[in-house]
Design a protein around this ligand. Structure first.
Ligand code: ATP
Ligand code: MG
Length: 313
């Protein structure tokens, strides 16, 4: 059976806390923090686990925070493949001001990764991947990893006849889009960057998606549209899936939960349209909870049923 391997090149420990009022030049007394394993691919693996699936979670880790990351994922019974690095895994901080209910999120750049270390990651992937596996890479690149790293990852996947699923942004996305990709999940801004435009209207979204598929070696394009759901585009299909309106608490991890829902649907052999419906359900389910909790299967399944019940007018 096809397996799922996720790849996280810039993971993090996400530390969250609350404080009653934020002001400069004063000691802010925070509540006891909570810690979560974070970073694109790691979030996808955690969400897959919550949906009842399993994956091999491969990530760079170093220093005490790297050890802690491993412990956090062990506690969630997620199978891991650690790529050791000398730099220390980053720690991000999210502070919610309880007096205003506003959240302040501080993201760190992550450690520089040496060439020998990222080369090692490519070698590990080559050993692990088997024909038909899904390789899901999600997240930005850390310092010192070349912008074309995901192009190299794509080549490994192609060589091993694995299916490469990518969710990234910036220069890494621009470079990788030129390589062989099974499924790409940009949001609207990321698709805009790929198509050389700063804004995309509803009127030109479908033609830009068609044009992108014509000019790239990408089989499935899923453009996530935040509260407007997602657009599935292939060379023969174009389906818009609206997102249900829910009580929204936080959009953190919506994209990763969506990717998890889609890759699980591929494992379950669902149609591509149902794959995107479940992806939207999982993305929207993630917005129903605070912080880094990702999607809950019960919510996702309920939203999926609702989406499937929507008849086109
Ligand atoms: N406000 C919202 N209401 C309902 N669903 C939402 C909302 N925001 C996101 N979603 C769901 O999550 C999916 C992914 O969201 P979005 O398009 O914002 O991805 P993204 O920009 O990649 O997110 P991320 O910040 O996690 O990288 C959407 O397709 C939708 O199903
Ligand atoms: Mg995203």
């Amino acid at each position: 059976m096809a397996r799922i391997i996720t790849l996280t090149v810039n993971p993090a420990i996400d530390k969250s806390t609350t404080v009653d009022g934020i002001a400069a030049d004063t000691k802010l007394r925070c509540t006891q923090p909570t810690f979560d394993a974070g970073g694109g691919g790691i979030n996808v693996s955690r969400a897959i686990h919550k949906l009842g699936g399993s994956s091999l979670c491969s990530y760079f880790a170093g220093g005490p925070a790297g050890e802690f990351l491993k412990k956090l994922l062990d506690e969630q019974h997620i199978e891991q493949s650690v790529i050791p690095i000398e730099g220390w895994t980053r720690e991000n901080l999210a502070v919610t001001d309880t007096s205003t209910n506003q959240q302040y999120r501080f993201g760190m750049p992550g450690p520089a990764v040496k060439e020998v270390e990222w080369q090692n990651a490519l070698q590990q992937l080559e050993l692990q991947l088997q024909k038909g596996d899904y390789l899901v890479a999600s997240g930005k690149l850390p310092p010192n990893v070349p912008d074309d790293f995901y192009v190299k990852v794509s080549r490994v996947a192609e060589k091993k006849e694995a299916l490469f699923i990518l969710d990234t942004s910036g220069e890494a996305l621009m470079k990788a889009a030129k390589s062989k990709i099974y499924m790409l999940k940009p949001n609207l801004a990321e698709l805009g960057a790929l198509c050389g435009t700063t804004s995309i209207t509803d009127l030109d979204l479908k033609s830009l998606a068609t044009q992108f598929l014509k000019n790239h070696d990408c089989q499935i394009l899923v453009v996530s549209l935040g509260p407007k759901g997602a657009l599935l585009a292939t060379s023969t299909k174009m389906v818009h899936v609206p997102a249900p309106v829910v009580h929204q608490k936080s959009t953190i991890g919506a994209g990763d939960s969506m990717v998890a829902g889609m890759v699980m649907s591929l494992i379950w052999d669902r149609s591509l349209a149902d794959m995107v419906r479940y992806g939207v359900a999982c993305g929207t389910a993630a917005t129903m909870h605070h912080g880094t909790q990702l999607c809950i299967k019960k919510d996702a399944d309920k939203l999926y049923d609702w989406i499937k019940d929507q008849k086109p007018i």
